[in-house]
Write a protein that binds this ligand. Structure first.
Ligand code: PSU
Ligand code: MN
Length: 314
């Protein structure tokens, strides 16, 4: 095990015994919600994973260590500090060398989860190809990570601050299966249906686990996207949310927001413009993803026990 990794005891024990473990990200804590909703969301995600019989492993950089499994105090610290930098793959070396904290994105969390031997990860929404990327080149490192790192990511799709059509094209090019969980179309985070088709519709966690096992045992390294639509009772009105997103994008353009600031700016602006009403939808979908991820992890653990060769090879 690399010395930069700090595995929580409970997580290490579960991994050694081949029991299900679910990775959770920390950008959602530092940049996804205001305090205290962020801390509440993180703790409840962990509780939901446990309720399903899996062990949660929230991932972050803590004092320069790649921490897999955080204490309550560490979650509180990430939730209250306004300065914790967003940590994607490229930021990890700097944070390690400086001994700093970092809030891992989907890309950063996947990279660390793979080092620790965790195969399933639950988040809210993945990053993707930004609108206007043909000029800005703004394509999230999450998509590159999905192309190279063998972790299954459960999300509610992606926010339509992105160009969802181009995001799916990119995932196709890079060989990443996009599996709809009980849906034929890719969900758009706050809403259930972007109108864009997924590769395949699967109905059970066991079917998802079978695809993961097939991919990795065939030597096809790389991630899998599991798209789990927000529950109907929590979904927001599509026209309303589109108006807000258009507004947020215009503000970003006017203020010249660039680079790694773009996504946090848009997330914060959407939050302000909905007057916080998007928070309960956001929390509900994260918990739903955590629950599904735990069920997939349980099924994948069964398959991996029967034939260890199905395990990840990243
Ligand atoms: N989209 C959301 N909520 C989030 C993010 C994206 O709806 O919290 C975060 C995730 O951590 C994701 C990151 O990995 O933003 C993507 O940032 P960028 O577009 O800069 O790659
Ligand atoms: Mn970007």
């Amino acid at each position: 095990m690399r010395s930069q990794i700090r595995l929580a005891e409970e997580v290490a024990a579960a991994l050694d015994a081949g029991r299900p473990v679910v990775a959770l990200e920390s950008t959602i804590i530092s940049h996804g919600f205001p305090y205290p909703a962020n801390v509440e969301c993180a703790r409840e995600s962990e509780r939901v994973v446990r309720e399903e019989g899996a062990v949660p492993a929230t991932i972050a950089v803590i004092g320069g260590k790649l921490a897999v499994g955080l204490s309550d105090e560490e979650i509180e610290r990430l939730g209250t500090s306004r300065e914790t930098p967003k940590a994607s793959r490229r930021d990890l070396p700097l944070l390690i060398a400086r001994g700093s904290d970092g809030a891992t994105t989907v890309a950063g969390t996947m990279a660390v989860a793979a080092m620790a031997g965790i195969s399933v990860f639950a988040t809210g929404g993945i990053g993707g190809v930004h609108r206007g990327a043909e000029r800005s080149f703004d394509i999230s490192a999450d998509l590159e990570e999905l192309a190279r790192t063998s972790v299954a990511v459960v999300s509610a799709g992606a926010k339509s601050v992105l160009d969802l059509g181009l995001t799916l094209e990119y995932l196709e090019t890079r060989g990443v299966p996009v599996l709809g969980y009980r849906t034929d179309t890719f969900p758009a985070f706050y809403t259930r249906d972007s109108g864009l088709p997924v590769d395949a519709r699967l109905e059970t966690p066991a079917e998802v686990a079978a695809v993961m096992a097939a991919k990795w045992s065939a030597g096809l390294a790389g991630g899998v996207v599991i798209a789990n639509p927000i529950e109907p009772e929590h979904a927001l009105d599509a026209a309303e949310i589109e108006k807000i997103i258009t507004h947020a994008l215009a503000d970003a353009r006017e203020q010249g927001i660039r680079g790694k600031q773009v996504t946090p700016f848009l997330l914060a602006r959407v939050h302000e413009l909905t007057g916080g009403a998007s928070d309960s939808a956001n929390k509900a979908l994260v918990w739903s993803n955590a629950r599904l991820a735990a069920r997939i992890a349980a099924e994948f653990a069964k398959v991996a026990r029967r034939s260890p060769a199905t395990g990840r090879q990243s």
